[in-house]
Design a protein around this ligand. Structure first.
Ligand SMILES: CC(C)(COP(=O)(O)OP(=O)(O)OC[C@H]1O[C@@H](n2cnc3c(N)ncnc32)[C@H](O)[C@@H]1OP(=O)(O)O)[C@@H](O)C(=O)NCCC(=O)NCCS
Length: 188
């Protein structure tokens, strides 16, 4: 593992690679869709110009300081950027929070699950994490389904666990310890 450079990961259909500044307009287009932004705590709507480029420019330093492992989700054949996935690494120990979004035209084809399964593998095997957690808004069952398909366990509701547009919202909390991760698990 090169501590200076974000690696590139591959799955059957996807290449998870570092973002480039040139990805900015595409990120703005896909993440700027209300249906994506409103399910996240961090993505504003409307999505301001240049915000994606500023976010992407912050990645190398965040990676080097072991704070974030961010990846552009791209299609293996065409190279199209279809989403983003990351591990936010906790300062206090070998744990991280998984986060992701996929552009609306690409929903329900298994891409989030495929990307996240590889990022969990990367977190446990390459970063030596002991546990990974993830949360979703209660009105986002698709994200909960992704977590289930990864073998993550539902831990419960965190009341008023996130602030979105100045409002405190309840979230569902999931986690998986390193020992429970099965890279080839397929949940029916
Ligand atoms: C959540 C999200 C990442 C899922 O991406 P995706 O590539 O469509 O995910 P997958 O195809 O791997 O899996 C989606 C699963 O949710 C299911 N699903 C979709 N809509 C659903 C709904 N309304 N209720 C219940 N399940 C639903 C799908 O059927 C699929 O499950 P299946 O394989 O058992 O059929 C995508 O919808 C997204 O980016 N949403 C907006 C941003 C977001 O929510 N990010 C996560 C924040 S926690």
């Amino acid at each position: 593992m090169n501590p200076l450079h974000i690696p590139t990961l591959e799955t059957e259909r996807l290449v998870l690679r570092p973002f480039a500044i040139a990805d900015g307009p595409r990120v703005q287009q896909l993440a700027g869709d209300r249906r994506v932004a409103e399910m996240t705590s961090q993505i504003p709507h409307p999505y301001p110009d240049r915000m994606a480029e500023i976010w992407i420019a912050s990645h190398p330093m965040l990676w080097r300081n072991r704070k974030l492992a961010p990846f552009a989700v791209t299609l293996r054949g065409s190279g199209e950027l279809i989403g983003a996935i990351s591990l936010r690494l906790f300062a206090q120990g070998p744990r991280a929070e998984l986060g992701y979004w996929i552009g609306v035209p690409y929903w329900n084809r298994g891409y989030a699950t495929e990307a996240a399964r590889e990022v969990l593998r990367f977190g446990f095997e390459d970063l030596d994490l002991q546990g990974i957690q993830a949360t979703h808004l209660l009105n986002n069952p698709a994200s909960g389904r992704v977590m289930e398909k990864l073998g993550m366990r539902y831990e419960g509701i965190i009341r008023q666990g996130v602030i979105r547009n100045g409002r405190l919202l309840d979230i569902a909390d999931y986690s998986i310890p390193a020992g429970n991760f099965r890279p080839y698990l397929r949940v029916a």
